[in-house]
Ligand binder design. Structure first.
Ligand code: ADP
Length: 428
């Protein structure tokens, strides 16, 4: 059933409950237990993990973690949502530990597609790790949710038209593929009461018409037969991810001009026809990415309802990405501070501004200096992609002389040097 009725003045907040791999508890029972716990909790709601009452052995035995999600969109000015303003929506799930199941073609090592059972351990935390300007992730989630609802309610597509095709486009390395996977994972969790099973199939378009596949046509047929079988189970939500869709259009063009083997045009056409057929199934969401922003000449994406531009990270996003990297190096004790017993928690960008502007700082001079260096690093990496940013701390560590590594205040200048070097290597 859809979201429960809510008193008008309450905010719906998602609470995600991840079961332990060993748990065999019924989802319904855990959901009730968490709802009861939240009723007694009487604390404000902010994004992030919440503690379980240690005397609740049912919860502590079965639940790995409980997280409050997506409050930011409601909360402005560092406001807090108090418990009586909130109606929690509890989603209980267990991660599938199976890795991707790849379909390898007999002789060659290239696989034409990979599939995952969702929610998958591989994608755990991915949604949270992606930082965009405000609202992009929430917008995608709401779009997809509305599309599924319209389908579910049987809205007549002749009267109101919509589709379940998402196209993310923008420069390489901005997290488009990861965002598609993370979105599929989120939706599989949020819609688990309607669709208890979810699968993600990632089609490697490149490999499908690679010259190694003389039998690509058969492969496409096999792939779509498989997808069709999944789709026929009406309690299964199926996500089909096609990366770099522009390569399909390009291959078709090249084939027409004679520079590609004619085999590939058949494959591309077969794939497009199959996609067109698939999009009418109510329980399928097609996720596509493209590194080009110009219109793509492929029937099934040019009408995508959800086209979102994913750009290079803004200053705030760059700061948050570097902050999460450094915090991880602190957690794993690759970095430390020179002060004894120092629990350095790097502030979020929103808090940073207040901290740096404050006349009566609560933080030590030493810490403030670290925050400033981190901000400086974020400013210095304008133009780098999210992918390059996540690699920086590693490159900086590898470049550092031993003694520079252990202390954050010595590490950050090394990182800024690495940034300068990386930037000089970006082609114009
Ligand atoms: P694309 O498909 O756009 O080429 P990917 O999804 O392959 O990009 O991104 C590669 C990696 O770069 C991601 O796994 C992620 O770690 C990092 N990344 C890219 N953009 C961001 C971002 N905005 N926030 C956080 N991490 C990012």
């Amino acid at each position: 059933s859809p979201a429960p009725a809510v008193a008008e003045d309450k905010f719906l907040i998602s609470v995600e409950v991840c079961l332990k791999p060993s748990s065999t508890a019924r989802i319904e029972d855990v959901k009730l237990a968490v709802e009861r716990m939240l009723e007694n909790r009487n604390l404000s709601y902010v994004d992030g993990p919440i503690d379980m009452p240690q005397d609740d052995t049912f919860l502590t035995d079965n639940v790995q973690r409980i997280c409050i999600c997506d409050t930011e969109e409601w909360v402005t000015n560092h406001g807090i949502l108090l418990f009586w303003q909130v109606k929690p929506l509890v989603h209980v799930f267990q991660l599938s530990e199976e890795g991707p199941c790849e379909d390898l073609d007999g002789d060659s090592q290239l696989s034409s597609f990979s599939e995952w059972i969702l929610p998958a351990k591989d994608f755990d935390g991915m949604w949270e790790s992606l930082v965009y300007e405000s609202g992009l992730k929430q917008r995608l989630l709401r779009y997809a949710a509305s599309a599924l609802l319209f389908t579910e309610k049987g809205v007549d597509p002749l009267l109101v038209s919509w589709n379940r095709i998402i196209l993310l486009h923008g420069p390489p390395g901005t997290g488009k593929t990861s965002l598609c996977k993370a979105l599929a994972q989120k939706l599989s969790i949020r819609f688990s009461s309607r669709y208890p099973h979810s699968q993600l199939v990632e089609v490697n378009a490149h490999s499908l018409f690679s010259k190694w596949f003389s039998e690509s046509g058969k492969l496409v047929a096999k792939l779509f037969q498989k997808i069709q079988d999944m789709v026929e189970e009406d309690n299964t939500l199926v996500f089909v991810l096609i990366d770099e869709v522009e390569s399909l259009a390009a291959a078709r063009k090249a084939a027409l001009s004679g520079s590609e083997p004619s085999d590939s045009i058949r494959v591309v056409n077969a794939l497009l026809t199959q996609m067109d057929k698939l999009k009418s199934s109510p329980n399928v969401i097609i996720l596509t990415t493209s590194n080009i922003t110009a219109a793509i000449d492929i029937a099934f994406v040019d009408r995508a309802d959800i086209k979102a531009y994913v750009g290079p990270p803004t200053l705030q996003a760059r700061y948050e990405i570097l902050r999460s990297c450094l915090q991880e190096l602190l957690r794993t004790r690759i970095l430390s501070t020179s002060q004894v017993d120092d629990q350095l928690i790097l502030p979020s960008y929103a808090c940073l501004k207040d901290k740096l502007a404050s006349e009566t700082p609560q933080d030590s001079e030493y810490h403030l200096n670290i925050y400033k260096q981190l901000l400086e690093a974020a400013e210095a990496c304008e133009g780098l992609s999210g992918r390059s940013l996540r690699k920086l701390p590693f490159l900086a560590h590898a470049a550092a002389v031993n003694s520079e590594c252990d202390d954050v205040t010595k590490f950050l200048p090394t990182m800024i040097n690495t940034i300068t070097r990386e930037r000089s290597e970006i082609p114009d």
